[in-house]
Design a protein around this ligand. Sequence first.
Ligand code: FES
Length: 170
Amino acid sequence: MMEMSMELRCDQAGAPESEQDRYALLRQVISQYEAKESNLIQILHMGQAIFGCLPEDVQRFIGQEMDLPLPRVAGVVSFYSYFSTQPKGRHTIQVCLGTACYVRGGKKVMEALRDHLGIDVGETTADRRFSLEVKRCIGACGLAPAVAIDDVVYKRVDPNRLADILGRHA
Ligand code: FES
């Protein structure tokens, strides 16, 4: 019987409250797929939807249920940027570092955000308010540099105005 840490918590709206119930739901999901490696990505998506992220305990559980070694599961999780091993913040900041944004100051915007939030790319603030990510293009190249916070896209972002922008996402 595997041990499950009761400390990991990636709160996810709509998912069962208790960790035990989340694992039970995940087991049920996995049983609906053939335990083939080609289904791993789909199952990881479902796991992330249930738990909100894919910490090691969840990866291990999936590996055991699918008869796959943990390093194989972990390799897939780390390869794809849309999988996260840590709980996400309430708001996701995506800084565009595509070519147009990069040459028009995207890097300075990123540095200012890092300083302001005290976190690096892929991390979440201690208060779980913001997660910081990088994108290669968010479709606003003509008005670069661009930053998306959740589904709001900010264009021609001035690094000196970031506090004001972040303040809109309390
Ligand atoms: S390169 Fe940044 S929006 Fe397209």
